[in-house]
Every structure is written in C-alpha cells, then in structure tokens.
Design a protein around this ligand. Structure first.
Ligand SMILES: *Cc1c(COP(=O)(O)O)cnc(C)c1O
Length: 374
C-alpha cells in the first residue's frame, strides 16, 4: 500500500480522535479516577442515551456486535433444530452466531441494487423450522423493514436486526434497531459509532427481554453466584462507555458528513462508464458506513491496483460470500446457487469513506477513478 503524504486512506479514525481528544481524555481520566471500571453509572448512562437515540425503551450494552447477535438469538431460545434466514453477503459474525447457538443458517440471495436481502427469496425460504430472520443493514443502508416485518409477522418469526454498520440509519420514520424485535449494534472502531476498542449494544422495547439479556450476559446469574442458565461474560467497559457517550453527541453530524460525501460521489460517478454506484431505496436514509460501487467486466481487481498506485486506497467487502466459505462446506451450497451475491463479491469495491474526508480528497478519488476508466 502506498502511504505517501498525499495518499488517501480507505478510512481514517485518527482524525476523529484528534477532533475530540480533549473531551475523551477528560472522560477517560474521570473513569480511571472513579475506580468503577465495570458497570456503574457511566455504562448505565450510555445505555439510556443510546436507547433514547435509537427510539427504544431498553438498551443493554455488551462487549461486541458479535455478542449482541449471539445474545439476541439466545434470549429468544433459538438453537438446535431451528433455521434462521440471513444474507450470505455480510461479515461472518452474522451467521457465525447462528451456528454458535446450534441453529442452522439459511442463506438466501441478495438484491442486486441494494446488496441487502432479497425479500422475495426470504419469503420463499420459510419452512416449519424457521424461527427467525436476521436482516443486515449492509454498508449503512436500511433494509425495507416494512416489507420484512410483514413477512415475519405473517409467519410469527423473530426479527433480529444486524445494525452493526448502520447506527443512525432510518427506515420510514424509525431508526434501525427499533423496528424488528431486537436490534444489535457494534461499536468496533471503524463503525459509524466506534469506540476505542470493542463494544456492542442490544436494543428492544420489551423490558422482560432486556432483563433476560442482562442475566445471559452475566454468566446466567440473576443473584450473584446463583447461576440459572449457561450465559457468557459480555460487558461494555466503563472507559468505552465514557468515550461512546461523547461520540454519540457527534454521530448525527458525522453521519450527515458521510451523506454529503455519498451525494457528491453519486453526482460525479453516475456518468462514469464501467461502474455502478450504489442505490438507495426510497423510504430509507442510509448512513454510509461504506460507499460501495460495482466494477463491471471483471475489472475490479485491476481497478483497485490502478487506484492504489495513484494513492487511492480501497477495500473489498466481501470477497467471498458466506455460503461458499470453507467453514460452511457442510451446509452443501454450490457455486452458482446464490448468483447475485456471488457476482457482487467479484464486482464490489468500497471507496474512501469517513466523515473527515475532505472535498479535495473526494475530488482526487473521483478524478482518479474517471482517469482509470477513461
Ligand atoms: C462488525 C460487524 C459485526 C460484528 O461486530 P463486532 O463488534 O466486530 O463483533 C456483525 N455484523 C456486521 C454486519 C458487522 O459489520
């Protein structure tokens, strides 16, 4: 990777830190001096603020987005013998947790325009064993939750929203994570709301579900040292909660900056031959964790190399869909079975996208892309 003065990174979390360094330092020092490193008022404060932000009554903080998804499946007793429908075009965590609880992931193909679940295929994949659907709001773009909830409600299925890449995204009038039965968030540093380490949260409107989650995430104990079920240890550190409280105040501004960059990319990339810019569904407002284009005619890897040589760094999310991962060989999927996801994995490239990306840098990305594609 070229790292000259002028090279443009795919993402950059150091600029954001520099912008709020003083606030973060003060908040972290306060936690260090307080002696409350696990649980306590800072974590509880963050949970309340994040619930209010998302528009739900309950938020349970945990150690990661992966844990959030795992705990969501556990709290609804999804396990051996159950099927969970999800997308093959996502980070492995989404399906890994389905396998971890002993259930079976059922992968259905995606929509070519949004990269999100194809809802007709979701409906067609429902069997008597189906317990749940996990829609992923990929790259920050919300799934059509109105249509998805109609399908789920008609079959009594639990909807677990994977909001790891979409904190702040809106479908209709509501934030993602407040529409399904439960929402799962990641605060991994590169997400829209990212901490300085691992972190996650679960949102719901059911106090009973939140209470059960608190037991599951603390070793299955309701009363200390009395363990009623097999749980895990999944906590958000007080230091991370303090940092996230600060960053949450800026999240809408940062998401607006991402939206402005996406609009600019759209405007200038629409006419470029050989690529397809991402499309947004009417009814949703995405938050652009990634800005992912398709490169046609098998030129994706060539284009990436060209851009990199000119100092524009890009990423590929995801080079291999989950149904074709070695770990899922036992499920028996064949190449060609989910063709839209497979084609996407060959064609996608994510351009530099972070709130602090300057107009000059955006222009460089656009100029270099146009130059490469003639
Ligand atoms: C990042 C991510 C996760 C997992 O979050 P972690 O906090 O890294 O465990 C789950 N699903 C998706 C779609 C993600 O992008």
């Amino acid at each position: 990777m070229i790292q000259s003065e002028n090279s443009i990174p795919a993402f950059d979390i150091k600029q954001q830190y520099a912008f709020i360094e003083a606030e973060i330092s003060a908040a972290v020092l306060e936690v260090l001096n307080s002696g409350r490193y696990i649980g306590g008022p800072v974590v509880e404060g963050f949970e309340q603020q994040f619930a209010a932000y998302t528009g739900v009554s309950q938020c349970v903080a945990c150690n990661s987005g992966t844990d959030a998804l795992y705990l969501a499946l556990r709290v609804f007793d999804i396990g051996a013998g159950d099927e969970v429908i999800t997308t093959p075009f996502t980070f492995i965590a989404t399906s890994e947790v389905i396998s971890a609880v002993g259930a079976k992931p059922i992968f259905v193909d995606i929509d070519a325009n949004t990269f999100n679940l194809n809802l007709r295929q979701v409906a067609a994949a429902i069997t008597p064993r189906t317990k749940s659907i996990i829609p992923v709001h990929l790259f920050g773009q919300p799934v059509d939750m109105t249509a998805l909830m109609d399908i789920a409600n008609a079959h009594n299925l639990i909807v677990i929203e994977d909001c790891a890449q979409s904190t702040g995204a809106i479908w209709g009038e509501k934030k993602v994570g407040s529409i399904g039965h439960i929402g799962c968030f990641s605060f991994y540093p590169t997400k829209n709301l990212g901490g300085c380490g691992d972190g996650g949260a679960i949102t719901t409107n059911e106090p009973e579900i939140a209470a059960k989650l608190r037991i599951l995430k603390e070793h299955g104990q309701k009363n200390r040292y009395i363990h009623e079920e097999i749980g895990i240890n999944s906590r958000l550190d007080a230091i991370q909660a303090a940092i996230l409280q600060i960053k949450l105040r800026y999240l809408d501004i940062w998401n607006q900056q991402r939206q402005a960059i996406a609009s600019r990319y759209h405007q200038f990339l629409r006419q470029v031959p050989g690529i397809t810019p991402p499309q947004e569904l009417a009814g949703g407002k995405g938050v652009w964790n990634q800005y992912t284009i398709r490169v046609l005619n098998q030129k994706r890897d060539w284009l990436r190399n060209q851009l990199q040589e000119q100092g524009v760094n890009t990423m590929v999310y995801y080079p291999r869909p989950l149904h074709l991962q070695p770990v899922y060989e036992n499920l028996g999927y064949q190449p060609g079975q989910l063709p839209v996801a497979e084609q996407a994995s060959q064609e996608v490239v994510s351009l530099p996208m972070f709130p602090e990306l300057s107009e000059e840098q955006q222009d460089q990305v656009i100029y270099r892309l146009k130059d490469c594609l003639g």
